[in-house]
Design a binder for this molecule. Structure first.
Ligand SMILES: Cc1ncc(COP(=O)(O)O)c(C=O)c1O
Length: 472
């Protein structure tokens, strides 16, 4: 692999979080009996809630009542809160005046919904054609294989080569009357944090009559993004990755496909009129939001959007860039560690870094980081099997990811722990049980075995109650 960076960023011990998150002082047990603050470097999977989000949820919960259906006063309050949250979420991603914002559960939900709305080819009547790259998360690969005609393109080794391949494919298809309806791209890879430049992607797709959907799961929480500003047609993202882990996400974009598409869920709220065997469906977001809406989730997501929008985008970027560069450079300095990247010339990746340690299974590395250092990372193939295969990581890898709540000291802890692993090996013994790496005779309380009170007691006691200190 080519060198990822030549700069040598300084240690980041003193880099503070950009926004406070709940649970930042939570202590976790180590195999040696100590407890240490949890270093959550798995933010790309699910991010902890912002304190502002938790505070908003606490204020809204007492007002909670049925949405859209009740005549009671609090039902009207809840309905207004829900609709206001929808507007805030749309504004946060730069929705155009005529765009719809549909509240969904998460990115997977949003992309499955959109897959049911891609129109058939107006000339051939065949299912609409969708073009994707093999770098995508399964959520942006599999939905297109249902009801639409998906082509998965293997990109080149550089951004420039990949863009050229995309353009050639779009042009060939248009030239043979097989025009793509949609190009679905990631805003940032959940494996490496890299992305193609959006302006070039949009320009290429629109030149050949294709719309662009952005899988914004890893981009929206980390960079300021605007539909109107980029020309992207749809964006999908998840609240639980945007510091609002209460089960809501959004699909925002062009109204026409959504108004004409298959209602995502069949049920109450999505229909204007029903007779036996016949239904007249709503247009607008309601068409795809059958069932009781997740008002608390929507309010939480909107609160997170507001909090992120209030931060200077350069500050967000600089914080993440400092942590990411230190991670990449620090890992690259450790023997036997290989850091993954897709393109040699990718610019401005978000804070996601994937690596392997030769001689250690990724599952063992992750178990060791947790058991001996209190560091939480992700291991496996990250729901991106085609990309991991192409990068030569069929056996999986380890992923560390950061966000607005990550202090630089967490990054330093990870680097020190990986270095110790390579130089001295693990102290505990590990084995595979039911496909998972575990500590042999693990002395820590087993979460499933501790009951509700035991689980809740895991929560932050305050740093001064830690009966141990961090490893050097
Ligand atoms: C890039 C990307 N797309 C889609 C998803 C799916 O998100 P969700 O599980 O919230 O539906 C993820 C989740 O990790 C992701 O990282």
């Amino acid at each position: 692999m080519a060198a990822l960076t030549t700069a040598r960023p300084a240690r980041v011990d003193d880099v503070a979080p950009v926004l406070p998150v709940v649970g930042a002082d939570t202590l976790v047990p180590l195999v040696d009996g100590r407890r240490v603050p949890y270093a959550n470097l798995d933010v790309a999977a699910s991010a902890p809630a912002l304190q502002e989000v938790a505070a908003r949820v606490e204020r809204v919960l007492p007002l909670y009542a049925s949405v859209h259906r009740g005549a009671g006063y609090l039902s009207q309050v809840s309905t207004a809160l829900y609709e206001q949250a929808r507007r805030t979420v749309g504004e946060f991603v730069g929705a155009r005046d005529d765009d719809l914002t549909v509240v969904v559960r998460n990115t997977t939900d949003a992309l499955n919904l959109l897959a049911g709305c891609v129109p058939a080819d107006p000339v051939t009547g065949e299912p609409g054609r969708v073009l994707v790259l093999d770098v995508e998360h399964h959520a942006n690969l599999l939905p297109w294989q249902r009801g639409t005609e998906a082509t998965v393109l293997t990109g080149g080794p550089t951004v420039a080569a990949t863009l050229a391949e995309l353009r050639a494919e779009l042009a060939d298809a248009a030239g043979t009357g097989q025009r793509y309806a949609l190009l679905a791209v990631t805003g940032a890879s959940n494996v490496t944090g890299e992305a193609l430049p959006l302006a070039a992607v949009v320009e290429a797709a629109h030149a050949y009559g294709a719309r662009v959907t952005l899988d914004g799961a890893q981009l929206v929480p980390h960079r300021r993004f605007s539909l109107a500003g980029t020309g992207v047609d749809y964006v999908a993202f998840s609240g639980h990755k945007t510091y609002a882990p209460f089960g809501a996400g959004a699909l925002v974009g062009r109204r026409d496909w959504l108004d004409a598409g298959t209602p995502y869920l069949a049920g109450g709220g999505a229909v204007r009129r029903v007779r036996a065997g016949e239904a007249v469906w709503h247009e607008g977001p309601a068409r795809h939001e059958a069932g009781s809406p997740n008002v608390v989730g929507a309010v939480a997501l909107a609160a997170a959007c507001e909090a992120l929008a209030a931060v200077d985008p350069q500050r967000l970027r600089a914080h993440e860039e400092a942590l990411r560069s230190r991670l990449v450079a620090g890992l690259a300095e450790i023997d036997r560690v290989e850091v993954a990247h897709v393109w040699d010339d990718a610019a401005d990746p978000v804070g996601v870094v994937t690596f392997t340690v030769t001689g250690y299974d990724p599952g063992l590395v992750a178990a060791y980081l947790s058991a001996e250092h209190g560091v939480g990372v992700r291991d496996g193939r990250f729901c991106a099997h085609p990309l991991l295969g192409r990068l030569g990581f069929d056996a999986g890898a380890v992923r560390a990811s950061v966000g607005v709540g990550t202090p630089g000291s967490d990054v330093e802890r990870l680097l020190a722990a990986v270095r110790l692993l390579v130089e001295e090996g693990p102290r505990a013994r590990y084995d595979v049980v039911d496909g998972l790496w575990v500590v042999v005779d693990d002395p820590r309380p087993v979460p499933e075995g501790t009951g509700l009170e035991g689980l809740l007691a895991t929560a932050a006691l305050g740093l001064d109650e830690a009966f141990g200190c961090l490893p050097d």
